[in-house]
Design a protein around this ligand. Structure first.
Ligand SMILES: Nc1ncnc2c1ncn2[C@@H]1O[C@H](COP(=O)(O)OP(=O)(O)OP(=O)(O)O)[C@@H](O)[C@H]1O
Length: 302
């Protein structure tokens, strides 16, 4: 097997960066597997953009190593198959949208047909603006163009730094669909976003940074724990409690570990004479978990 195609899309090891006296990134390590969508989360100033810029060779790290698609990021060829949407995007206002794409294609040195460029603009909802100058674009339209730039050269890894910061709700939903289609095509994605709901919906795994360190990392089930079932019940007897085994009780509200067969549990409860008023699945949200991690272990957890 080819070791390059078998290696992770991103391998970051012990990255460190200081700006004067301020430590921005303090020993960050993580990987993004091929075809995996990984969310980079953390409060303002946690070091997310610094990590991304060091990964892409835009900022020189004080220490640490990065491999992109199996090649050291110090080799310019490692970035040929990497698409990048920066947090602060600005494109040449005198060029048309299509000319911006053509320029970026030229910079990659790869061949991308006119048709593919048009398809890319259509993908981000700019099909009818391809011949318009970027100077007349709204901020959201420029961000859409930035996404097209990131995707135009058939990347194997896409790094998106706050890709929806300027987008309306419809645009955000479009980006979600786009991320899911990238995953289906086996493209790896590293997504930095403050929109936690978005991250929760599309990411396979999450890396949480706090004060330049990895505060927690894992798949969503690993970070969020097992799903539970919340029930509101009356006429509960001790034999009912034996069947139910609640992990938490509050008045007529009971929480249990998610059973394999919810209808069977409800049928049993009814048979035992219980009045079942409500049944709803529950799990701690990523937002709650994130706040919990940042409050409990500021910059300490691994
Ligand atoms: N060019 C720079 N010069 C000096 N300090 C910098 C520079 N870039 C980043 N920093 C500092 O490094 C720290 C991390 O910044 P970074 O932009 O990486 O955070 P972030 O997690 O992306 O934040 P945000 O969510 O606000 O975008 C901050 O304290 C910031 O002030």
């Amino acid at each position: 097997m080819d070791p390059v195609t078998q290696s992770p899309a991103v391998w970051v090891s012990h990255l460190r960066k200081r700006y004067r006296k301020r430590t921005a990134v303090d020993g960050v390590s993580f990987t993004v597997g091929r075809g995996e969508v990984v969310g980079l989360l953390g409060p303002n100033g946690a070091g997310k953009t610094s990590v991304i810029k060091m990964m892409l060779g835009l900022v020189r790290p004080d220490a640490g190593e990065v491999m992109l698609l199996g090649q050291p990021n110090t080799d310019p060829r490692s970035r040929q198959r990497v698409g990048y949407l920066p947090e602060l995007f600005r494109y040449q206002p005198w060029l048309t949208a299509d000319e911006v794409l053509a320029l970026h294609v030229r910079l990659t040195g790869l061949k991308v047909s006119d048709r593919e460029r048009r398809e890319n603009l259509a993908l981000v909802g700019l099909a009818d603006r391809s011949r318009d100058r970027v100077g007349g674009f709204s901020k959201g339209m420029q961000q859409r163009l930035g996404l097209a730039v990131a995707l135009v050269a058939r990347p194997e890894l896409v790094v998106l730094d706050e890709p929806t910061s300027a987008l309306d709700p419809l645009g955000r939903a479009d980006v979600r669909d786009l991320l899911l289609s990238l995953r289906q095509r086996g493209v790896a994605v590293l997504l930095n976003s403050h929109l936690i709901g978005e991250v929760e919906r599309v990411c396979d795994r999450v890396v949480i940074l706090d004060r330049g360190r990895v505060a927690a990392a894992g798949t969503l089930p690993e970070l969020l724990g097992r799903r539970t079932l919340r029930l509101r019940l009356t006429e509960v007897t001790s034999s009912v409690l034996d069947r139910l085994q609640p992990t938490e009780t509050d008045g007529d509200r009971y929480t249990v570990a998610m059973p394999d067969d919810v209808p069977a549990l409800v049928a049993d409860l009814v048979k035992l004479g219980v009045h079942v008023h409500a049944v709803e699945p529950a799990r701690v949200s990523l937002e709650e978990r994130l706040l919990d991690i940042l409050r409990t272990h500021p910059g300490e957890q691994q």
